[in-house]
Design a protein around this ligand. Structure first.
Ligand SMILES: [Zn+2]
Ligand SMILES: [Zn+2]
Length: 159
């Protein structure tokens, strides 16, 4: 017997149930778009920087692992590739302090309405919300229609 792992990804656009199959969690199904909150960090490298306001050189002590902390991705099928263009998430992690187990992450959105710092913790709660603190911070500011992906497929309990 031979086995191999595949992942099913569901389109994150409102009212869409399109499913794509991928072999690695970082793959993108053919024709789909993957919007990652770390897309803007693709060319990020550790090392020396110049502070734009003072002109002084300093060393950015963060690793690629630090800056991408808490990042998350949305998957959009070909019909919905622009569904989130008004709200593209953006995250950037800080250096991990020796005495802490999590990093501070700056969370913002292309709409400009959000710029907040949180921690890259997993949310443990009963709410039907994204499971990470970082994604949840971004998700909370979305219009209700775009929030749908987090609750889709869940049976809402009624008291
Ligand atoms: Zn879709
Ligand atoms: Zn937004």
């Amino acid at each position: 017997m031979s086995t191999h792992t595949i992942y099913r990804v569901t389109c994150d656009a409102p009212h869409c149930s399109a499913v794509g199959i991928i072999e690695k969690i970082t793959d993108v199904p053919d024709g789909w778009r993957r919007v990652s909150s770390a897309d803007h960090l693709a060319d990020w490298r550790p090392g020396r920087r110049r502070n734009p306001s003072t002109g002084r050189q300093y060393t950015d002590k963060r690793s690629p692992w630090d800056v991408s902390a808490g990042s998350f991705a949305l998957h959009l099928c070909p019909a919905d590739s622009t569904a989130f263009d008004g709200h593209l998430p953006r995250t950037e992690g800080a250096v991990m302090l020796a005495r802490e187990r999590d990093r501070r992450v700056l969370v913002s959105c292309s709409c400009g309405a959000l710029s907040r710092t949180t921690k890259d913790l997993l949310w443990v709660g009963r709410d039907p919300m994204p499971t990470s603190e970082v994604e949840r911070t971004w998700w909370l500011h979305l219009p209700a229609e775009l929030q749908e992906y987090a609750t889709r497929g869940r049976v809402m309990e009624s008291a």
